[in-house]
Design a protein around this ligand. Sequence first.
Ligand SMILES: [Ca+2]
Ligand SMILES: [Ca+2]
Ligand SMILES: [Ca+2]
Length: 397
Amino acid sequence: MHILLRKYHNFFFLFVLLIFIGCDSGTTPQQEETLYTLTTDITADSTGIGSIDSFESTPEGNYQEGMEITLKAIATVPGSYFDGWYGEDSGDTIISEDNPYTFTLDKNTSLYARFTRPVIYPAANTDTYNPGTGWTLVWEDNFNDGTFDSDIWTRQAPSQVFNNELQLYTGEPSTAYEQDGYMILKAEHTGSSFGYGDFTSARVISNPGGGSGTTEATGKVFRYGKIAARIQLPSGKGIWPAFWMLGDNISETGGDTPWPSCGEIDILESGSQYAFDGFFGHATVGQAIHYDERVDQSVGSPMWKYTSDSLRNPSGGIYANDFHVFEIEWDSTAITWKVDGITAHSADISTDFMTEFHENFYVIFNIAVGGNYTYAPDESTNFPQYMYIDWIRHYTN
Ligand SMILES: [Ca+2]
Ligand SMILES: [Ca+2]
Ligand SMILES: [Ca+2]
């Protein structure tokens, strides 16, 4: 008997229950009607997470053309839910959302149930991080005391629009807060469309200046060492989370140096429209530095240059299903990026035009929605989206 295996690659679509109804070889020759056997097969996508438990059907046994059949799709993986019934030829067009679903059997019937499993926040927290030998912890925020520490962190609410992004950074406590051992950033779809201003989100910085420049916080800046954070990322079409750094002298927060002359270190970003990974860029994380190629930055105009790289999730699928540790090891000659201990990128910063990478930098956690780097969000993008930061640490060696 022919068994049709069908996979549907949708970002949140992880499981397929396939039901094939085919002509049974045991057709009774004395009867005009044809008997069918109902066959099921279960497959999962390349992430290989979980399975589907069962289906229900009435009546049991063999089936005849014209018979009414009732099927029930049951999602058993925690957090998953039934999405709808689709046919072999229906593509993205749903046949029915009913569950159970009753239909009349004909000899070419083939149906499959589409299931969605949203990313679960927070994922199981089994932290096995080890910074490696020779590293001494000099500072950390584990986000474990339930208080958003405004002496270090500022919810920035910049008025300018970066990279044609669509979100508003409101600076409201509801967009970034500390809870259950995490700093949690939240992006919401608050508008009626998918344009600029239809989303709220958070951009949290360790620079005391802040976007509105009103805080008296002392903040935290970094120069060299290992800077690591353990994060569960948000995901979806047009979701662009980042853990990154800007030179503390940037004019944006009250300094005297414009971007990119201040330097930028992108420890992590995800959701690139150029990743082509089948998951709207969320099976890939990017690493980059941006700088001003001038040696003497007081002469002439900024010369923006960058180097970048990316790393596909070695375990397949999106990064957002679990916590991962994103870090840089930074000294006077180079910056090396690591993801869960795997080296993702390295940049030489010893050249005479890279003086910006030998100054203090502050940290930024944010969730952008839309913008030049990522896709345009639409109805398929789930909201709210969360970024869970378990801890950030600074080591020296
Ligand atoms: Ca705290
Ligand atoms: Ca320079
Ligand atoms: Ca924590």
